[in-house]
Design a protein around this ligand. Sequence first.
Ligand SMILES: [Cu+2]
Length: 575
Amino acid sequence: MRDKLSRRSLIASGAGVAISLGGFAAAGRRRKRSKASGTKKSRRQRNRDIKFGDKGTPLPVGRFVQPLVVPPVKKPLSVGSPPFDVSASEHGIAPEYFTRRGQDNIPLPLHFPDKYYQLQIRKGFAEIIRGVQTPIVGYDGRYPGPTFKTRLGEPAIVRTQNQHPYFPLSTHLHGGHTPAHSDGFPNFYILPGNTRDYFYPNCVPLLNGVEDLSTSPSTLWYHDHAMDIAAETNILGLSGFYLVYDQLELDLIARNVLPQEPLDLPVVIQDRSFNSDGSFFFDPLDHNGSLGDIYVLNGKAFPVCKVKRGKYRFRFLNGCNARHLELRLSTSQPFIGVGTDGHMYDRATLRNTLLMSPAKRADVVIDFSDAPDEVYLENILVQEDGRGPKGKLFDRDVEVPGEKILKFSVEGRADRRSATIQDGTPLRPFTPIDPSEVTTTRQFDFERRKGAWQINHQFFDENLANACPRLGSTEKWILKNGSGGWWHPIHVHLESHQIQSIDGRRPMIGERCLVDTTMLGPNSEAEILVRFRTFEGPFVFHCHTLEHEDMRMMFVVDPRRDGPLTNQTIDRTFF
Ligand SMILES: [Cu+2]
């Protein structure tokens, strides 16, 4: 975990200050290259010329002029009794809605009345750049979609209507422990004009007969997962937050350990390029992964966020198609890490920077008590194309200062009533998965082959279950990325997993709890442990660089009672 100057940064030309960070970075350290010249273009400027040429946004984009907007909270239609006939939706509802049971007929741990929601997917417009109307496709016609706030053990039924004229769509609740019908399997569609009733039990699995609260999720998100078009539907705006609170988290908030609303802000970070008419630029033939030149946070380009001098919770989500992020504060002040992906840490952990592949979340508290009047959130990671960041997972190229993507305008005096969380504050007790539980080991090789992306020399086949673990068992998966230069963030549906090692090392400081997405750098190899519980498949696991996912870097995991098996025909389908 030491900074070191990479070979790449030493040979780079231009005036940009490039350093390389291993593990978690000691942010704020600045090293100028010995050959730095003020007359040459910086690396970033050069990259823009190369990457964006005709793709760069040809519109003036003001920076830090529009306020950061928090998406509205989605309101249920009713609580307890259904406001619509749940057996009448064209694509049905999960059988678990009626049975309230999971594997081996075990009752789902549900504690609260059902909440019923209605969600429409439709076209709309958004003012992302000030004064410019951008056509979008959004949940409820908004970009980003509304935020769901739910409680653990409180089922949500979301009747989702697809009003798009021609996209077949499929909504995935990312990080959710969800029945197969409602998990967003790529061809379990909502066809245009039709509805699907998604059943989210919002429960945790049972472990030895009791609820496994160490896997109780916190920061989830929902997005479109339709086969072959997830990259385009994400660009167009189909994503939103889905927050789950359990009693432990509510107590932390009530005791003022964690900041509470309105000091708890979900923020999705996305990169976009625009055409001259204000529409999103998207090249459907760019299968490497699309990058944008404009950072859009909660639907606003380069926004500004007014804060008081105190502690705020930010749940950052990397909602980009292909861009990895490494976030730092311009003051070099560390973040107080609360969790990664859907899960809180066992104790608050200082993080100097936040490395986030697409789909990853960083749940952090920022303490503005002693901050200057202006603080910026920067992305310091150097990435030129869809391959991924320059360098390797533990030896990546960064620039300090990075690109400023969000301005905090800090006001007032230090607030003495601010939340009490600090480094080391106990959060959610976590019992790691014991490697002795493992009954099956599988290896998955992620490779560029045949002009697209494969796993174990196979393309995604929506009719083939590549891995069928036995329900209730624990498996060790070896994830290998053998293709030079490409990064592949690997997301597993249904269950979060525990990274045992990555490239022979302990995982980075922020990744030592449960994650739902493991970042695989070039030639990386990760060993993960995952339990498969509660629900039979089929589910998918895949690269979350959306263009790679669409170009078939996706497999099916189908937990069954008679596992472990490999390469079985899928026998449960929910079209
Ligand atoms: Cu990939």
